[in-house]
Design a binder for this molecule. Sequence first.
Ligand SMILES: Cc1ncc(COP(=O)(O)O)c(C=O)c1O
Length: 402
Amino acid sequence: MTLTAPAQGEGVPLPGWTELLRRSPLEELLPTASRGDIISFALGLPAPQLFPVRDCAAAAARVLRAQGQASLQYGPPPPSLKRHVVRLMGSRGVECGEGQVFLTAGAQQGLSLLARLLLGPRGQVLTEELVYTGLQQAVAPYRPRTLTVPTDPETGMDVGAAEALLAGGARPAFLYAVTDGHNPLGVSMSLEKRRRLAGLARRHRVPVVEDDAYGFLHYDEEMLPPLRAFEAEWVFYVGTFSKILVPGFRAGWLVAPPSLAPALGSLKESSDINTATFAQHTVAAYLDAGRLPAHLRALRREYRARRDAMLRALAEHFPRGAAWRSPRSGFFIWVELPGEVNLDEVLRDAIETERVAFVPGRSFSADARPRAARSMRLNFSNCTPERIAEGIARLGRVLRRH
Ligand SMILES: Cc1ncc(COP(=O)(O)O)c(C=O)c1O
C-alpha cells in the first residue's frame, strides 16, 4: 500500500500498528490542489456550483421551524430518512426494507465500520490491484494480508481471478468492489460480471463490500443494477449523499443484513455517538420536498458535458500512444502513458510551471505495478468545461516536455 508521510508525533510511545496510519496522498495534495491559481484534476470533489444551496437552506429552515431544539440534540435519525433510502435503492433496482438500512456519516464511515466488523488482526482482504485510497486507510489498522486481482479496462474486476483464488481455498474477510464509476479507473463492471461476482459471494460465503459512491451518476441511458440487486445476504452495499447532494452533510448509508445492525450500531456509537442530527434532518427535509430526481438529472447532464469536454481535450492535446476510455459513471478518467515517464516529476513540473494538478496512478496501487507507475487519474467533475480544456492543454504541454 502506498500511503505516505507518517502521521506520528515524535517521542510519544504508540503501539506498533499505528505505523500504518498515514495520510493519503490525496490529503497531501489538498492544500496545493485547492489553490485558486491551480487547475486541479487531482481530487474527487463534486462541482460546488451544482450544490442545491437554496433548497438546502429552505430544508434547514423548515427543520428548525418544525423541530427547533430537538433537531440539534443528540438523537436518532429521522425515520423518514430510511424510507427515502429504501426508495432510492429501489430506483437502483434493489429491493430492501428499512430494517436493512443503516445510516452512516458518509460512505467512508460505512467502509470503516465494515472493516472493523469483518476484519480481524492480520486477516485477508481481496481487492483489485488499483484501489480507492480510503479503503486502504480503512483496513490499514488491521495490517491485512491483501490478495489482489487485475481489472479489465472495459469490463471491470477480473472476476475469474477472484474465483480462482476462492476455489483455491482463499477465505478473505471480504472482497471490495466499486461496481460503477470505479475510483481510480473510471470503469463500470459488465452486467455478466456483476451476476458472476454476486453468485461467487453466495457460493463461497464471502462478503462483498460494494462501494457505490458513484452509481447514481451514470451518463448512459441504461443504468446497470448494483451487485446488491443480485445478492441480498452476502453483498453489503455502501451508499452516500456526498456525490448526489453535498458532501458537507456527511450523510450516507449501508444496506446490510439486519443481523449486523446491533454490532454496527455499537461500533458507530463508539466512534461518533450518532451522525450529526441536524444534517440528517436537513437531508430528510430536502428529500421530503421531492427535488432529488430533477437534481440528479441536472447532475448527470452537467457531469456528462464535463466528461466529454475532457475526452475532447485529451484527444487534442495528449501525446500519441496515450490511452484512456470514456467512463459511463463517476468522476474519473484513467490515462495510461506510452513509454517510461516519471510522473512525480511530471506532477512537480505541472504544478510549478503550468499550474495544473493530477494524481499519479501509483497512489492507488496495492503493490507497485509498472502500469500504474505510468498512469494518471484525472478528475472531471470539479472544473467547468472551459477550465478542463485549458488545464488539459497545459498538461499536454508538460507531457510533451517529459
Ligand atoms: C470510491 C469512494 N468511496 C467512498 C468515498 C467517500 O465518500 P463519502 O464522502 O460519502 O464518505 C469516496 C469519495 O471520494 C469514493 O471515491
